[in-house]
Design a binder for this molecule. Structure first.
Ligand SMILES: C[S@@+](CC[C@H](N)C(=O)[O-])C[C@H]1O[C@@H](n2cnc3c(N)ncnc32)[C@H](O)[C@@H]1O
Length: 393
């Protein structure tokens, strides 16, 4: 069993984010995408100018190039040494060598910082390091007071659709008529994959999601627990995407602001947003009771178990969770922003159908469903959450 995500990438010969920029036009296009990410996170590029930035897990360095273009001085810590020549090649190709202070072959927990940094970036892997408190402590040691920490993580409910696609793949791959491998994945998911604007091939997504042993419930982060761990480690939430802060709060702007109170109101907001995260569409709950949270938690757990072992009974139990959730959102009058439950209901109906087909013996129908069902093709959930924290005194 592989113990780290970087060992998995290394054994697969996978450079998960390599984009092979040929020239300035491609880099500029990518920089625009990153600008949008930071616009959503309310941290404009000018913040990076002249800052000492420590980036963990840069892979081949596409994001690092953009940080350098925005004026940051970079220390890159990438445990997979096969990515280092790509990083160095990129920096000299784009005339940014002067911004690259150091490239270190170490994992986050092994790294020993020579000084504190103004900004730390750790996108795309942090959820694989457990327990959370270990990396929180390490990052707190490396960051200046009031410095920014940017992370992204696989989220517990937002990752549900990824778990469902993995369970569907395993169900079909176990049928000797199909078998395991990329050809079966293409039969199932190529239509879905080609329906979005992507920068990589389905082969890369197959290894990075469908086969990746770290894309599992046990690694997914519950943002409620994350906020508690970050608060205990001396951080406060600055921004996130999707939004964790209570966007509906009505307080005098000059009223005292306690980090603990802020954390508690964010926790309620997250709990009310769980279904939006799972479905990948707006479905804000006016409150969250035990029955609904239990049904959501069970749906995620049962689907995760279906990846390891197919069981018609488990498919029936998961469908019962979907029915329970559907009934609750109607009763609670969830806020979807369009005055109806249209999008949320259609994603729930799709999940129900997928589970029903998974419980049957005819995998051909399941394959056909994945290739043709409009809701299955367009549903991706909200697996990757981004958050920015600030280190308090
Ligand atoms: C999915 S890639 C993300 C690349 C880039 N940060 C991005 O978000 O586009 C994850 C990267 O994190 C690295 N990584 C995995 N585990 C790590 C760890 N414990 N410490 C530092 N880097 C790690 C991997 O080698 C890989 O390069």
């Amino acid at each position: 069993m592989l113990e780290t995500l970087y060992e998995y990438y290394s054994t697969q010969g996978l450079r998960p984010t390599y984009a092979g920029f040929g020239g300035d036009a491609e880099l500029s296009k990518y920089a625009e995408l990153r600008k949008n990410v930071f616009h959503r996170l309310m941290l404009p590029p000018v913040v990076f100018a002249g800052k000492r930035l420590l980036e963990f897990g840069p892979d081949t360095g596409e994001n690092s190039l953009v940080f350098a273009n925005w004026g940051a001085r970079l220390t890159l810590v990438e445990p997979n040494p096969e990515a280092h020549p790509y990083i160095r090649g990129y920096f000299s190709k784009f005339g940014l060598d002067a911004c690259l202070e150091e490239v270190v072959a170490a994992s986050l927990l092994e790294y020993s910082a020579p000084h504190k940094f103004d900004v730390i970036d750790a996108e795309g892997f942090i959820y694989t390091i457990q327990p959370t408190s270990t990396w929180v402590k390490k990052l707190s040691e490396c960051l200046e007071r009031d410095g920014f920490l940017i992370i992204s993580h696989m989220e517990l409910y937002g990752g549900f659709i990824e778990l469902l696609t993995k369970a569907i793949y395993q169900r079909v791959a176990r049928d000797p008529a199909y078998g395991a491998g990329i050809e079966t994945a293409k039969k199932l998911f190529l239509t879905k994959w080609d329906s979005i604007q992507h920068t990589r091939k389905i082969e890369s997504w197959f290894m990075d999601v469908i086969e990746n042993p770290f894309v599992r419930r046990k690694y997914f982060i519950d943002p409620v627990e994350l906020l508690k761990d970050m608060h205990a480690g001396g951080f406060r939430l600055y921004s996130s995407w999707p939004n964790y802060r209570d966007a509906l709060a009505m307080q005098w702007i000059k009223a005292p602001l306690s980090p603990e109170h802020e954390m508690l109101s964010s926790i309620s907001f997250i709990e009310q947003s769980r279904l939006s995260h799972l479905l990948g569409c707006k479905c804000f709950l006016p409150g969250i009771g035990g029955e609904l949270s239990d049904a959501l938690a069970s749906l995620v757990s049962i689907t995760d178990e279906l990846i390891d072992e197919w069981s018609p009974d488990a498919c029936v139990s998961a469908r019962a969770c979907v029915d329970g959730i559907d009934g609750q959102i109607r009763r609670l009058c969830a806020a979807t922003g369009d005055g109806s439950l249209g999008a949320a209901s259609s994603v729930l109906a799709m999940i129900r159908s997928a589970l029903q087909l998974m419980g049957m013996n005819d995998t051909g129908q399941l394959v056909e469903f994945c290739r043709t069902d409009k809701s299955f093709i367009s549903s991706w959930g909200m697996p990757n959450h981004h958050a920015i924290f600030q280190r308090m005194a």
